[in-house]
Structures are given as C-alpha cells and as structure tokens.
Design a protein around this ligand. Structure first.
Ligand code: 7TS
Length: 576
C-alpha cells in the first residue's frame, strides 16, 4: 500500500501551537477512535475557553435585556454588549462605533444592504455587480433585490486559477453600476481579492462596494478605512466566536440615508400610530432584543484573537497551506481547485474517478473533518465543471501533525478506491443458482470474515466497482430515490415473472451498498422481494462504516425497492 511521504519543509513559524491548542477544549476530543483533526474551519471555527466562559458568565451572572433597564443587571449587560461593539469597531478599523451594526452574520449583513440600500438607491435599469466566486449568500440577496427593483445582476468571471478577472471587472463597471458586492477571500477557492484596488476602480465609476469578509476575518488583518469599502460584513463564528451573531460595517453617511431593514423595538425614537421616527445609528438597523450573550462572547473572541500576533498567524497559516499542498500533490489523479497566486487557508481538490463524498467519508473514519460538496458556491463548481470538491480549511490551531494525519488518511482513501485488485472472477449479479436466502447468507458470511472497518470498506468499494454504470434512461428525475445523501437512481421493471432493478449513484460507497441490495433483490419474483425483510443488513456490521446520512439513505433505498416490487405485483394482479 502506498503511504504518504511527508515533505521535508521546515516551518519558520515560532508560534507555540501546542499551547494555543490547549485553549480550545474541543480539540481534545476523539472521533471514531482517533484524536480529532479539524479541517473544516471555513465552515465554522472552534471556540476558545475564553468564549465559552463569556457565555457562561453572562447567563450565570448578569443575564438581562439591554438598552432599556435602569436596574443593575441591565446596565451590566448593556455595558458588556456595547463594549463588544467597540471591540468589533477596533477589529474592523472603523472610524465610528455608530458604523458597526450587529447582525446574525454575513448573510444577514448582505441582506440588510441589499434591501435597505436597494430601497434607497437602486432603480430600474441600474446594475449590481457580483463575481463568479461568490458564496450563495452574496448572490441570492442581489437576485431578490434586482427582481424587486428592476435592476440587472452582472457577474464578473474568474480565470482557471480561480482569480478574479480584473480586466473584465474594469470593463463591466459602468456608470450604471450602483454597487459591487465582492468576496475578500473565497470560501471554495481560497483566492484573496485585491480589495483596495477593486474599491478604487468601483469608486471611479461612482459605484459603492460591499465586501463579504466571512473568510478574510480569521486570516487577514482588516482595515475598512484603508480599504475605503462602503460596507464590510463578518460572522462571529468564523472568528472563533459563537454562531448567530456578526457585524456589518457601513460608512456612516450611507447608513444615515438608508431606511430601516426591519421594524420593532429598539430601532425607534418615537412611535405613534400616525408617525414613527427612527432611532439613531446603529440602533436604526437593530430591531428587537438582540443576541446579547453571543454579542458579548463575540467580543471575547476578538479579545482572544487580538492577543495573538496576527502577522505570525498569517505566516504560519501560509506555511500550513504550502505544507498540506505538498503533502498531497503526489496523489494519482489529484487536481487542485483554486490555485490563485494570492491564496489563504483553503485547500480544495478533486481526485480523478473518486467522488468527493467517498473521500470525505474515509477521512471521517480516521477522525479527520473536512468539507465535501459545493460549499454553497455552485457557480464556482460549474466553472471548474465538477459536482463538488474536497475542502480542507485551516486555522492557526491546526498543527503540522494534523496535516500529516490528513495526508495519510487521504492516501489511504485513494488506495481503497483504486480498485485494481478487485476479483472479478464471477458475475456477482448472476444469482440464478441461489435462493434469496442463500444470497443473503453468502454476503453475511463474507462480511463476517472481515476484522475491521477498513476491510469492510474495501469490500464495499470493490462491490461498487463491479456495479454496471447506470443506463442513461434511468438517469431521470423520476427515478431519484428521495432521502439519500448522494444522487441515487433506481428503476424496476418486470422480465417474465422476475423484477429487475437497475440502480447507481455518484458515490462509490453507495454503489457498493446498491451492489449488495441488487444481488439480494434483483432477478427475484415480486413476492420474494416483498416478503424478504432486510434484516440481513444488520448482520453485515456496517454501523461503523456508515454515517447516519448514509444509513438513512440505505433504508430509503430498501424502502423504494420494496415499494416498486409491491406496485409491480399489484399491477400484475390487476392484469394491467
Ligand atoms: N460568505 C462566505 C465567503 C462564506 O464562506 C460564508 C459561509 C458566508 C458568506 C455565509 O456566512 P454566514 O455566517 O452568514 O453563514 N461559508 C460556509 C462554508 O464555506 N461552509 O459552511 C459555511
């Protein structure tokens, strides 16, 4: 079996990663019998004890509503909440605390601007510019706004490395462009956009600029005044704080002119049934009781983050990324998705012939958490003509050992899927000499000879590799089995008195499960299919090998097989 060769690269960083890791309790846990390797930081980061303590302290010591009580607890809560706002201001480099609006996160920040800026400044015939590398959160709110206002959404393309086409941006920015909304660091590619330059270009045409800073905030120093952007959105949970809170920076003069986004308590000055006047900034945009506890803990996260040397963090994360890239670049069939010159902390890739879900599942078995799929950036996947990718995303608490474990697990996953030692000495789907019970027993016997999940996994993959490709006529919406994680097609038809199933999926482990089911249930009478319970599945010992999602998918496939057989039986009985 080929094993991962560790690159000899020397790390220059002097950060004490072992000490930093001590601050994050979850990093001590085990997953599937292995110490956790958490490489899904672009989805959400882990929280240091200081953040957990801030939440605990708020609820156990001074839980109270803000901005309205004159009693002691309310004042303490208000002070802590407003102190957190000041921490966000510092973090973003905003001039004025009134320019910092608490939101639920980047998604809400963008929606707020799309609605409120849209109401005030956008009309029919105007254009909104976004880019091909945006997260869905920075696409859909603009589509909704354009529909409302009769404006047009334009998309600046990316190149083959996953970099923004600056030449196209220049061309597409016109006097009609009201606003450009662009990501600072792409979550699917890691590309870092030259925001300062982009803002200058947009302002030259009179367009405002919103920056989606979801992925930049944990990796790059941010200074909204130096960038001169008009809006900047961040999420607390990507910068080591809690979920459900974030912040939107907006230039004061713009925010002053924009109408409220939501109505309710806290955002008003005076209310009468004839007329209501708005509270001052930032409260005008903060209707209702805010997320007080998480806001305070967001502040604690920024305190924690600020105490670390940000330049050293950036350098260390770049070293990790380079080391990880080198560690897996020898894998046969690997293709990196996102190879921008200027890149941060995201390693995206596909491996030829192996579905991203299959790789992710094996990594999970080894305790390595990565993200697989389209990462809420379907246009990026379309650009690279792939259904999805594997994404390892790093934070400063990831160690060199984490990367070694990731690389070793990935090499193992690729090895398991190679499929060149599959014994194809007989057609496993020719079960005509066996009763349905005999087939079940044969499969159960075979699986009981395996000692561990790896052997079972290998066996399932080998079975999957023997499954004939799904015929085109089966690849239709109406044959998709609902409830599966991957796309699974399943079709049944009668041949004489036998029901024949054709099925397949885009993930090899699912094909393996299908191969087991087809051996048992295909080429049987409808009565045999309907009357044979799927208990044998329990005896295969797959619980270790299947995530809950996969187990549910397996149950959905069995259910569908039985439903088809029952329907065919009924059709025959009624003579149709
Ligand atoms: N923009 C970018 C660039 C993101 O990466 C995300 C979340 C969002 C916006 C939305 O942020 P939210 O906090 O409002 O949800 N990205 C991811 C991801 O890559 N995997 O899970 C969430």
């Amino acid at each position: 079996m080929s094993t991962a060769q560790k690159p000899t690269m020397e790390f220059k960083s002097s950060l004490d990663i072992a000490k930093i890791r001590e601050d994050f309790p979850v990093l001590k846990r085990e997953v599937n019998g292995h110490p956790l390797v958490y490489l899904d930081n672009a989805a959400t980061t882990q929280k240091p004890q200081a953040v957990i303590d801030a939440l605990d302290n708020y609820y156990s010591q001074y839980n109270s509503n803000v901005h309205r009580g004159i009693h002691r607890l309310s004042q303490e809560a208000t002070d802590a909440y407003e102190a957190a706002r000041e921490k966000v201001r510092l973090f973003l480099g905003a001039r004025d605390i009134k320019e910092v609006i608490f939101t639920r996160g980047v998604t809400e920040g963008i929606n707020l601007v799309a609605f409120s800026f849209g109401e005030k400044f956008v009309s029919e015939g105007d254009e909104i510019l976004i880019t091909e590398m945006e997260h869905h959160s920075n696409i859909v709110p603009w589509q909704l706004m354009c529909e409302r206002k009769g404006a047009t959404l334009q998309v600046v393309p990316i190149n083959e490395r996953g970099e923004l086409r600056m030449d196209k941006l220049e061309e597409m920015l016109t006097e009609r462009t009201k606003l450009l909304s662009v990501v600072h660091v792409s979550n699917a590619l890691g590309s870092v956009n030259p925001i300062g330059e982009i803002v200058e270009m947009a302002h030259a045409k009179g367009a405002k600029v919103l920056v989606d800073g979801a992925q930049a905030a944990p990796h790059l120093p941010i200074d909204v005044q130096a960038l001169d952007c008009d809006f900047y959105a961040i999420s607390s949970h990507k910068v080591f704080g809690p979920t459900g809170i974030g912040a939107l920076y907006g230039k004061r003069e713009l925010l002053e002119e924009m109408p409220p986004y939501q109505g309710g308590g806290d955002m008003i000055e005076l209310v009468s049934f004839e007329r209501t006047t708005w509270n001052e900034l930032p409260y005008k945009f903060e209707a209702g009781t805010p997320n007080i506890a998480d806001g305070i803990a967001f502040g604690a996260a920024l305190d924690y983050f600020r105490k670390l040397d940000s330049k050293a963090l950036v350098d260390y994360e770049n070293e990790l990324l380079t080391y990880a890239t080198e560690s897996i670049s020898d894998l046969p069939g690997i293709r990196f998705i996102g190879t921008a010159e200027n890149k941060a902390s995201v390693l995206g890739f596909v491996v030829d012939g192996i579905h991203a879900h299959d790789l992710g599942a094996i990594l999970d078995m080894e305790g390595v958490a990565v993200r697989v799929g389209h990462h809420c950036a379907q246009p990026v996947m379309r650009h690279f003509e792939i259904p999805g990718s594997v994404r390892a995303s790093f934070a400063f608490y990831n160690s060199r050992e984490d990367v070694d474990r990731f690389s070793a697990a990935l090499h193992k996953a690729v090895e398991i899927h190679k499929g060149d030692d599959v014994a194809k000495d007989r057609d496993i789907f020719d079960t005509s000499a066996e009763t349905i019970q005999e087939t079940q027993q044969r499969i159960v016997d075979k699986f009981s000879s395996y000692d561990n999940w790896e052997e079972r996994y290998q066996a399932i993959i080998d079975l999957g590799q023997q499954l004939p490709p799904v015929p085109e006529e089966v690849k239709q919406e109406k044959f998709i089995v609902r409830g599966c994680q991957s796309t699974v097609y399943l079709k049944a038809e009668m041949e004489g008195d036998r029901v024949m199933f054709k099925a397949g999926s885009n993930a090899m482990i699912v094909n393996g499960l299908i191969a087991i089911l087809l051996q048992v249930y295909s080429n049987r009478t409808t009565d045999e299919v309907v009357n044979t319970p799927p208990e044998f599945i329990q005896k295969l010992g797959l619980s270790e090998n299947l995530t809950q999602g996969r187990a549910n998918g397996l149950a959905a496939m069995i259910e569908q097989i039985k439903l088809y057989a029952y329907a065919l039986k009924m059709t025959r009985q009624s003579g149709r």
